[in-house]
Design a protein around this ligand. Structure first.
Ligand code: CAP
Ligand code: MG
Ligand code: MG
Length: 469
């Protein structure tokens, strides 16, 4: 037991100087929950496994504080003086403290970071998103639909020309957005710059053919930052402004890669792919952190969009309510996490203008869903006031036939969806797969059951026949 970290019932932790964290802790056998909670607080802030004589009055002040322990649920709340974190808005540093050594301690059998609360004074030191889905909608002139996209499949193995041809087919089928798959990089069979050249040409053809703008999200993750930035700069050189996003594999490339792209290219949509997150977030894994925590950190880091899951409709594991909660943690100004209410505002929550903004936001989200038309909330005068929204990116085993079911679960149209297998396995191919997504959305928008709408729309009809099996 490290008593210098035990502050049960300490109300001062709510005074905006502390980042609050809720952990589910399973103590190693023979240890009590409180005892191990103080070990976790020590190791994740100032201490070690032994009381050190070298501590000073000032350093003791920086100790994390175990302020709440629930023996029934195993949930422990720990407060961290947020001045312990690296200055300059460094996410990597927060995660090293809160999701670092503690996962390796023999004192714990389980230690899962379930939720985080950022004091509003802390928020202004972090980047938050810059270019948002609203800017992407402006570019696409698309207000009455989610952004309907695909991932090119096979994941890798197509030549640049072959890859671009699949993009063309999807865009000509009416799709808005295409992304590289998460492992796509600069493989010898598809050199990055050649892929960009081919996509640029295919996009021009597709925009000519459809007379509508298109977007491609390029995976710029790389072995080092120079290479990553070179890839970013080549895309900027080759593509029209607004027609592209930068995809970073946030878990494998890391937080600093995410923040580097965010800081170098604030006017470009930053697409946070979370491949690998399952090792931390799967609920059967007692050690790690939750999807909600990952989503909050991605927003704080400045992701324009982050994958948040398909609410149980697609192929990936995960409880539906976790994905839905995460989508709203990304989108809204006042958010309800599993343990903390978080105002994504640089100012106190009792500010009447902020409360008005929150009310407007709720109305717009609700009405946009009901009327199926996204009305932009003009926060231009409030941009100093809130951390901008991050949009949910919804992917993983979806297909056109599942889209209405997902929409009814997520209850917003403010997201990007990317369907890979669900498009390219369509019996009539990619273009028909794209048409089937558009048709499925239009059916939902008009409140017409899919099988009804399919009577006049053959691509949807064969999608129902094929995916319905
Ligand atoms: C989906 C996907 C996405 C995952 C990401 C894949 O392809 O491209 O990377 O869905 O999962 O490689 O599996 P399909 P999440 O559409 O063919 O399933 O969004 O949950 O992070
Ligand atoms: Mg073709
Ligand atoms: Mg993928």
């Amino acid at each position: 037991m490290q008593k210098e970290y035990l502050f049960l019932g300490d109300e001062s932790v709510h005074n905006d100087n502390y980042l609050l964290a809720a952990y589910h802790i399973i103590p190693a056998s023979g240890r009590s929950l409180v005892d191990v909670a103080t070990e976790v607080a020590a190791e994740s802030s100032t201490g070690s496994n032994l009381k050190v004589a070298s501590a000073t009055n000032y350093s003791l002040n920086l100790n994390a504080r175990v302020y709440d322990v629930n023996e029934q649920t195993g949930v422990v709340k720990i407060a961290f003086p947020w001045i312990i974190f690296d200055q300059g808005g460094n996410i990597q540093n927060i995660m090293t403290f809160l999701a670092g050594n503690i996962f390796g301690m023999s004192d714990i059998k389980g230690c899962k970071l379930l939720d985080i609360y950022f004091p509003t004074t802390m928020l202004s030191h972090y980047d938050g998103p810059s270019y948002t889905i609203d800017d992407m909608r402006e570019y696409l002139q698309l207000w009455d639909s989610p952004i309907l996209g695909t991932i090119i499949k096979p994941k890798i193995g197509l030549s640049p020309t072959e890859y671009a041809e699949v993009c063309f087919d999807f865009w000509v089928g009416g799709g808005h957005f295409v992304k590289n798959d998460e492992p796509q990089a600069n493989q010898y069979f598809s050199p990055f710059e050649k892929m960009v050249d081919a996509v640029s040409e295919a996009m021009q053809r597709a925009e000519q053919t459809t007379q509508s703008r298109k977007i491609h999200s390029f995976n710029v993750s790389a072995a080092d930052y120079d290479t990553m930035l070179k890839r970013c700069d080549y895309v900027i050189y080759k593509m029209n402004p607004g027609s592209f996003a930068f995809l970073v594999d946030g878990m494998t490339a890391g937080w600093s890669a995410v923040q580097t792209v965010r800081r170098k290219y604030p006017d470009i949509f930053l697409h946070f792919h979370r491949a690998g997150h399952g090792a931390y977030t799967r609920e059967e894994n007692p050690i790690g952190y939750s999807v909600e925590v990952l989503t909050k950190m991605a927003r704080l880091a400045g992701a324009s969009g982050v994958h948040t899951g398909t609410a149980g409709v697609g192929k990936m594991a995960g409880r539906s309510e976790v994905d839905i909660t995460s989508a709203y943690l990304a989108l809204k100004t006042k958010t309800e996490g599993p343990y903390f209410t978080q105002y994504w505002s640089h100012i106190q929550k009792d500010d009447s203008d902020l409360i008005d903004l929150i009310k407007r936001e709720d109305i717009v989200l609700h009405d946009s869903f009901k009327q199926r038309v996204w009305q932009k909330i003009d926060t231009s005068t409030d941009s100093w006031r809130v951390v901008k929204k991050t949009c949910p990116i919804v992917s993983g085993g979806l297909n056109p036939v599942l889209l209405p079911e997902f929409l009814e679960k997520i209850k917003t149209i403010d997201f990007i969806t990317t369907m890979g297998g669900g498009v390219h396995s369509h019996p009539q191919g990619t273009e028909a797969g794209a048409r089937a997504i558009i048709q499925a959305y239009d059916a939902w928008k008009q409140n017409v059951p899919l099988h009804e709408y399919a009577k006049e729309h053959k691509e949807l009809a064969s999608a129902i026949e094929f995916f319905g099996k």
